[in-house]
Design a protein around this ligand. Structure first.
Ligand code: MG
Length: 131
């Protein structure tokens, strides 16, 4: 599993969703969680974070800069190695291939339970360390 001290960046345009995801991460044991409302703000947060972000959990469907656009921007930047997990709606599953091609580490279909979030993060970490 990721070091629970890892700084996690939660990105979602809905504040309730940001709270739900952050709370689930806290329940898993993560202690350093920051958030942003879209990909533009999230990229700024990545750049201005004094402690490097080690994990991004981002919504797909957001105004200004979607999760996919944000992912592409991250993978083309100095932050290209940051673990990136996308949150998608059932209807967006077909588009997941595009995210995989763009280098996403994993994706979670909404709505999800904290247990699923934990399992997906464990899987993501395992894949990264096995690679
Ligand atoms: Mg959204």
């Amino acid at each position: 599993m990721f070091d629970l001290k890892t700084r996690v960046l939660v990105v979602d345009d809905m504040s309730t969703m940001r709270k739900i995801v952050s709370k689930s991460l806290k329940n898993i044991g993560f202690t350093d969680i920051i958030d942003a409302a879209d990909g533009v703000q999230a990229f700024t947060a990545l750049q201005s974070s004094e402690i490097p972000v080690g994990l991004i959990v981002s919504d797909w469907n957001m105004p200004n800069c979607t999760g996919l656009e944000f992912l592409k921007r991250v993978r083309a930047s100095n932050y290209k190695d940051v673990a990136f997990v996308l949150l998608t709606a059932e209807s967006e599953i077909e588009q997941v291939k595009e995210a995989v091609a763009a280098g996403v580490d994993n994706y979670i279909v909404k709505p999800f339970t904290p247990a699923v979030l934990q399992q997906k993060l464990e899987e993501t970490h395992k894949r990264r360390t096995a690679a």
